[in-house]
Design a protein around this ligand. Sequence first.
Ligand SMILES: C[S@@+](CC[C@H](N)C(=O)[O-])C[C@H]1O[C@@H](n2cnc3c(N)ncnc32)[C@H](O)[C@@H]1O
Length: 226
Amino acid sequence: MQRRSTLYGRRKGKPLSQRRERLMADVFRSLAVDILRPAPQTLADLFAVPVDDIRLEIGFGGGEHLISEAKASPATGFIGVEPFVEGMAKAVAAIDADGLANIRLHDGDAADLIAWLPAASVSQVDLLYPDPWPKRRHWKRRFVNPANLEGIARILAPGGAFRFASDIDSYVAWTLRHVLASPAFEWTAERADDWRLPWAGWPGTRYEAKAFREGRRPAYLVFRKR
Ligand SMILES: C[S@@+](CC[C@H](N)C(=O)[O-])C[C@H]1O[C@@H](n2cnc3c(N)ncnc32)[C@H](O)[C@@H]1O
């Protein structure tokens, strides 16, 4: 299937502080995945520490959720993708301060990283509060689309999880419709609380906190790769 770029938002905001510029030059460089070279045959070799399985987080913002998960599961390798430079610099500062060795990063379009990853190489893909593109004429910009779902299905190991959270009802409905149209996934929900309540151990995200402040109720969808 033809793959379109899914990168639409801005990539730069305010200039970085000198300290963060330095961290991006040194620490980010050592954590960045080089997608111009082939992926290692054993993906776990990307990490400086032994890892049993690997998860991907798409569009991690400032990295709060990614870092919390990486601290909670030191034997899991995490690959985080975020094209927005300020968010990436914030995450790199926290990874450096916490000395986390189980995170690798990509600062571009997650679709490119997904295309680079080997088949069945990750156990979980998290897409948390993706840019909602609420206007109908912008819906085609949403990260959830048939090509990206095909990519996510390819990299997930059988039984792996695709987790999606959003506070925008039309995006939740859009995602359900698109994912359920794919034979690669099944929705795990059995009762309303399975999509109304956050997942066990959920640390929340920055955008989720904003949604609550503004009175929106998120939905939490988990799809299993067949
Ligand atoms: C609404 S924010 C949510 C950030 C974070 N997940 C949270 O919940 O706080 C969406 C994020 O997705 C990132 N993003 C947009 N398009 C992307 C793409 N194609 N690949 C990876 N990240 C993307 C944006 O830069 C932005 O940081």
